[in-house]
Structure formats: C-alpha cells, structure tokens
Design a protein around this ligand. Structure first.
Ligand code: SF4
Length: 73
C-alpha cells in the first residue's frame, strides 16, 4: 500500500519517494532528528506517538512472516 509522495531532504531540496505508513514514520523521524539515523535509534522521547514505530518496523508484528520476535535491529 505504498503511495508516491514528495518529501524534504537533508539538503533542503525535495525528492519523490514511495511511502508505506511505516516508511513515512521512518522518514518523519529522520527529519525530526536532522537526518541522523543513529539519533532516531537513540530517541529520548518515548511518549512520542511514533516512538514504537521509529525503526520502520511494526513491533506488534514481530515474529510474523518468519522474523524472530524481539529482533528489531
Ligand atoms: S519517535 Fe523520536 S525521532 Fe521519531 S518523531 Fe518522535 S521524537 Fe522524533
């Protein structure tokens, strides 16, 4: 269920991407921390509604589709 959309980039330009809900959250988180991937992982705001999904994975689906539950890295 991806949709084409235009997003901001680190350089201040825009680019067209194909977004799923999870990849949109991931893109939002990257923008939130000035595009530093490590900072998304180290996010210190667990009360943010996007926090559980910031890695680009849905934690409620861990273990579904052959993935090992708890392995979110
Ligand atoms: S989860 Fe953290 S990085 Fe993502 S939008 Fe919220 S505060 Fe920003």
């Amino acid at each position: 269920m991806a949709v084409a959309h235009k997003i901001r980039t680190k350089t201040g330009k825009t680019r067209k991407v194909s977004l799923t809900p999870l990849s949109a959250i991931r893109a939002f988180c990257l923008e939130c921390v000035c595009w530093s991937r490590g900072e998304v992982k180290k996010c210190t705001d667990p009360l943010c509604p996007l926090y559980p999904f910031r890695s680009g994975k849905n934690p409620s689906r861990a273990g579904i589709g052959g993935k090992i539950k708890g392995n979110l890295s």
